[in-house]
Design a protein around this ligand. Structure first.
Ligand code: BGC
Length: 425
């Protein structure tokens, strides 16, 4: 299958996961508090970004999605590090010069530490929106010369769930039993997040009117745990909350020029009629199954039978076809696969994973979905939120040896061939 001319072949990364030394992020302190493996120098990309650019060239990629680190640019409220903005500007200009389209994401899971101090209610408060919009305006002005494509947030529902329901990310709130109210209620997290996106989009378009604004949105392929009406209803409820409620608002506000889909796996959802279970829907995430296998089984969680990645995620390529088709049918907005990839330390599954997921994307396109690009997660092995163990990279990074040298990972040659020829063999 040949892809349309100027198809975006790319890779994605995020600042906190690769740059290293993001000491002013709320996550820096959090790693210590939680006893996580430390991010430290990560992939040392703040220093070695030119090496990353070379990696993109080796792979014949024409697009690179990276994020800017809010806490690096604004380490204290209203205090701007112009040198950091200049460095990002230099990176974006060098990418353009090399024929690579930069896609800049403004928020990838990492809030500045000061936001948690100044705004104790975090993203529940309109103040977070105000601060974020100001930051977005500053970055948009600084990068407008080289950057046309933007992502406001990366996986906001994942970020908010981990920070405000699961206490797994800063600000560390546990509120699973209150999730419906916290997310869906008036002035709730989805409303705040939508407002922040809309204001950021306005700032971006003000800086560069022909800019294209998107979001990198986590969409999981959901299936009912049992073939009955109750579980099908649970799938619908969970799907609306986690996938579409926010996007509906952004589309209504005309604040999306394209929709980025991060796709990794499928999850079985079951109706659970217990108080405190949000929407009375239990999604059987592998993380829950791994952390609390007994509870998972007790509540009737269903485990799929497909091969799994090193994250324990089931490999379900046709799920990508389904989620792209659903998103296209619902919005008729151009789509971009903004993340898709496999934690595969041995390196013996990445090629097949790529082949099968690209074929699934191609089927969605052949059936009519307008997909503008595919950005693999990730360009290189990086800090996987608490651990360096999962290896998602098209390149390995010699972190342990301390040289931070990048070397091609198994499966990457295949991707380079597809991107170079614009064709899936
Ligand atoms: C996130 C990345 C993460 C990847 C693999 C996505 O949910 O955007 O930051 O590394 O999945 O877990």
């Amino acid at each position: 299958m040949r892809f349309p001319p100027d198809f975006w072949w790319g890779a994605s990364t995020s600042s906190y996961q690769i740059e290293g030394d993001n000491r002013d992020s709320a996550l820096w302190e959090w790693e210590r508090k939680k006893g996580w493996e430390r991010s430290g120098k990560a992939a040392d990309s703040w220093r070695l970004w030119r090496e990353d650019l070379k990696c993109l060239k080796v792979l014949h990629l024409n697009t690179y999605r990276f994020s800017v680190e809010w806490s690096r640019i604004e380490p204290l409220p209203g205090q701007w590090r112009e040198d950091a903005l200049e460095r990002y500007g230099e990176m974006a200009a060098a990418l353009v010069e090399a024929g690579i389209r930069p896609i800049v994401c403004l928020h990838h899971f990492s809030d500045p530490a000061w936001l948690c101090r100044e705004v104790p209610d975090g993203w529940r408060s309109p103040d977070a929106v105000k601060f974020f919009a100001r930051f977005a305006g500053k970055v948009a002005q600084a990068l407008k010369g080289s950057v046309r494509e933007w992502m406001v947030f990366n996986e906001p529902l994942v970020f908010l769930t981990l920070g405000y329901s699961w206490a797994h990310f800063p600000p560390g709130r546990f509120g699973l039993h209150r999730m419906e109210r916290d997310f869906l209620g008036k002035g709730g997290l989805i409303e705040r997040c939508a407002r922040a996106h809309v204001e950021a989009a306005e700032a971006i378009r003000k800086a560069r009117p022909e800019a294209l604004v998107g979001i990198a949105h986590n969409v999981t392929d959901l299936e009912p745990a049992r073939d009955n009406a109750a579980d099908k209803g649970a799938v619908r409820d969970w799907d609306e909350l986690m996938h579409w409620r926010l996007i509906d608002r952004l589309v209504q506000a005309k604040a999306l020029d394209y929709l980025g889909i991060n796709y990794y796996t499928r999850v079985f959802v079951r109706r659970v009629n217990l108080p405190g279970v949000p929407l009375r829907a239990l999604p059987g995430h592998a993380e829950v199954e791994q952390a609390a296998p007994f509870l998972f089984r007790l509540l009737g969680g269903r485990r799929g039978d497909r091969p799994r990645t090193d994250m324990g995620w089931e490999i379900v390529p046709e799920g990508l076809e389904r989620v792209l088709t659903r998103a296209w049918e619902r919005y008729r907005l151009p789509l971009v696969v903004t993340e898709n990839g496999i934690a595969d330390a041995k390196g013996d599954r990445r090629e097949a994973y790529l082949r099968d997921h690209l074929a699934a994307m191609a089927r969605a396109m052949a059936a009519g979905a307008s997909v503008r690009g595919y950005l693999h997660w990730s360009l290189m092995d990086n800090y996987e939120w608490g651990s360096f163990k999962p290896q998602f990279g098209l390149f390995h990074v010699d972190r342990v040896g301390g040289s931070y040298e990048r070397t091609l990972a198994p499966g990457a040659e295949f991707y380079a061939k597809v991107a170079g020829k614009n064709e899936l063999p």
